[in-house]
Design a protein around this ligand. Sequence first.
Ligand SMILES: [Zn+2]
Length: 114
Amino acid sequence: MPAKNIGIKGVEPPAKECNDPKCPWHGGVKVRGTILQGVVVSAKMHNTVVVRHDYVKYIRKFRRYERRHKHIHAHNPPCINAKEGDVVIIGETRPLSKTVSFVVLGIVKRSGER
Ligand SMILES: [Zn+2]
């Protein structure tokens, strides 16, 4: 099954194919809502990665920004197979499990060590 058009600019379809039903390119998962960029901090779960997303929040009292971050669980389809240290684009989907409602769409920059 070739990769379908997921309607999101800035991400290229993966070179490999897979038959994962939770893959945005080859399965039945639709991406809608938030699109974020982050770094994979853990890839130890089966087909799931933890992504660290850094952002700034404006604090009105001090008229300055403070840096914040959050850890997001994202489904990692076998055709993309993101590893620890990779910079990835993730997109919001329907809840795929108790803690996962994002899916990895593509890798921006692979980590140097592999
Ligand atoms: Zn796939």
